[in-house]
Design a protein around this ligand. Sequence first.
Ligand SMILES: [Zn+2]
Length: 95
Amino acid sequence: MAGNPRNGRPYRRLVDWLRAQRLPCWLCGRDIGYDLDPRHPLSFTLDHLEPVSKRPDLLLAKENARAAHRRCNSSRGNRTTTQPKTAPQRASRRW
Ligand SMILES: [Zn+2]
């Protein structure tokens, strides 16, 4: 399990740099609970403008880093996690 760049020092420094700015969530625009437990849905996470899966070279780029709620971050992208398909399919109702 070695070699995950997110565990490296430069990444931690990027997270600290972003957290120190106390920015609102770039996805929903609301304040982030910077003092909340990291597992809280409204706590701070570092999100990437360009997903790291597409642009791994931007993992540590400040211009690619955005502050986001844990909730918003995980609902936005990371489809690698298993999510039940609960969305109602209303799209094809026009005919
Ligand atoms: Zn948010």
